[in-house]
Design a protein around this ligand. Structure first.
Ligand code: KG4
Length: 331
């Protein structure tokens, strides 16, 4: 390692993944261990916050130990501790934050709390060594849907956001309605591939705004499923996926026109959707370069948190040992 290398221990526990990663200089992932609780929450049809917190507590030391072993590092080799401190489930966040605070205190290392949403965006830095701000990012996850103008690594402006449901919530709801298990997004993705998008569904746009709304289409899918005898569920999923993708793309195109930005990234769990990825890729041309994180970096993981932690650190951010969880943290 050269003198200037900065090794970050990223910690993620905002929802139902306990993850710890070792990341060098913001872009090089030395390890990224993800312990998912999906199987535990599946039986309840969604994440149960209290159960998530308990399982984070049980997993976090083991996950951290494995992450260090896989990176061939010791705790003393780490330069910075970077836990997610929001947004997310408060009890779940507190596990990662407390663990990070403890390590920072015991090792006398700097602590930088990371905004989970900045983490999702930073997943692109890991996959694409050439990507640098400014760029636009379409951030679509279980809790968020926004178009972000990333002016610099730590300077972002939200140009449009959902006024009701996040797109991931809508995917999960549609999945449940058609009888698919939690988490439904990937299952809707799979089933939609076997269907035809032949069912007309409503699209919501707001005048002079890049905001989104997905509650109307969600209700429409529920009603159609309820009122149509022998509905073809694959067609319904394909129609839902196509309609929400059109809405996303229409707003992204408006944002590109408004800002004149020539780079577009996507991020968040829903950016793993195969149809959305293929449609977004079609936007690429001589005037627009499209970036997507590797599939395994789209959903929650600590490598993306380590990357965002690094950029916050080199831009001067430091947190005290009383860092707290902020469940409704915004960008
Ligand atoms: O980013 P993420 O792991 O957690 C949050 O930070 O919210 O996103 C989880 C969301 C869930 O709603 C899940 O159903 C959705 O991402 N998702 C997908 C796909 N993979 C994950 N939605 C559609 N298609 C997918 N392939």
């Amino acid at each position: 390692m050269t003198e200037k290398d900065i090794v970050v221990l990223g910690i993620e526990s905002s929802c139902d993944e306990t993850s710890v990663a070792v990341v060098k200089n913001g872009r090089e992932v030395l390890s990224n261990v993800i312990d998912t609780q999906i199987k535990i929450h599946e039986q309840f049809g969604g994440v149960v916050p209290e159960i998530a917190s308990r399982n984070h507590i049980e997993a976090i030391s083991r996950v951290a130990k494995t992450a260090l072993e896989e990176a061939n590092m010791k705790l003393e080799d780490v330069d910075l501790i970077a836990p997610t401190y929001g947004p997310g489930l408060v009890g779940a966040l507190l596990v990662g934050v407390s663990y990070g605070r403890g390590l920072a205190y015991a090792l006398n290392k700097p602590l930088v709390g990371v905004n989970h949403l900045e983490g999702h965006i930073a997943a692109n830095y890991i996959t694409h060594p050439d990507l640098e701000p400014p760029f636009l990012c379409m951030l679509t996850s279980g809790g968020n849907t926004q178009i972000v103008y990333v002016k610099n690594y730590c300077d972002m402006e939200v140009l449009g956001r959902t006024r009701d449901d996040a797109i991931g919530e809508a995917f999960d709801k549609v999945a449940r309605v058609v009888g698919l298990d939690y988490p439904g997004g990937p299952k809707v993705d799979k089933l939609a591939k076997t269907g035809t998008p032949n069912i007309k569904l409503p699209k919501t746009h707001f005048e002079n705004s890049l905001d989104f709304s997905f509650s109307g289409i969600k209700t429409a899918v529920i009603n159609i499923n309820h009122n149509t005898k022998d509905i073809n569920k694959a067609d319904l999923c394909a129609s839902f996926e196509k309609t929400v993708t059109e809405v996303l793309i229409e707003n992204v195109q408006k944002a590109i026109e408004q800002t004149g930005i020539k780079s577009l990234a996507i991020a968040g769990g829903v950016s793993a959707n195969s149809y959305i990825r293929s449609e977004i890729l079609k936007l690429q041309n001589d005037d627009l370069k499209v970036y997507m994180p590797d599939l395994k970096l789209c959903t929650d993981n600590a490598a993306m948190i380590g990357s965002a932690g690094y950029y916050n650190f080199i831009n001067g951010k430091r947190d005290e040992l009383d860092l707290n969880a902020v469940p409704n943290l915004k960008l």
